[in-house]
Design a protein around this ligand. Structure first.
Ligand SMILES: [Ca+2]
Ligand SMILES: [Ca+2]
Length: 72
């Protein structure tokens, strides 16, 4: 008997949903953080309903590691 296991891993930080975490996403987060935006917004990566430096850190870390979507 063979068992196949498929894993789906999700990275956070692709705010504009273009498939890559990069400086564009960081800019969107920085803008929203600078304007003290809060609520259910795309730039709130950790789900605490406010965009701040903790969300920027998540995006920055993934941008530095060139996180992007790989599709078959
Ligand atoms: Ca992006
Ligand atoms: Ca947040």
């Amino acid at each position: 008997m063979r068992i196949k296991i498929f894993l789906t891993i999700t990275y956070s930080g692709d705010v504009n949903q273009d498939g890559t975490v990069d400086v564009t996403d960081n800019g969107l987060i920085d803008n929203d953080a600078g304007n003290f935006l809060s609520g259910y917004i795309a730039t709130d990566l950790n789900g605490d309903e406010i965009t701040d430096v903790s969300d920027a850190a998540i995006s920055d870390n993934n941008a530095v590691n060139f996180v992007s979507v790989v599709k078959p």
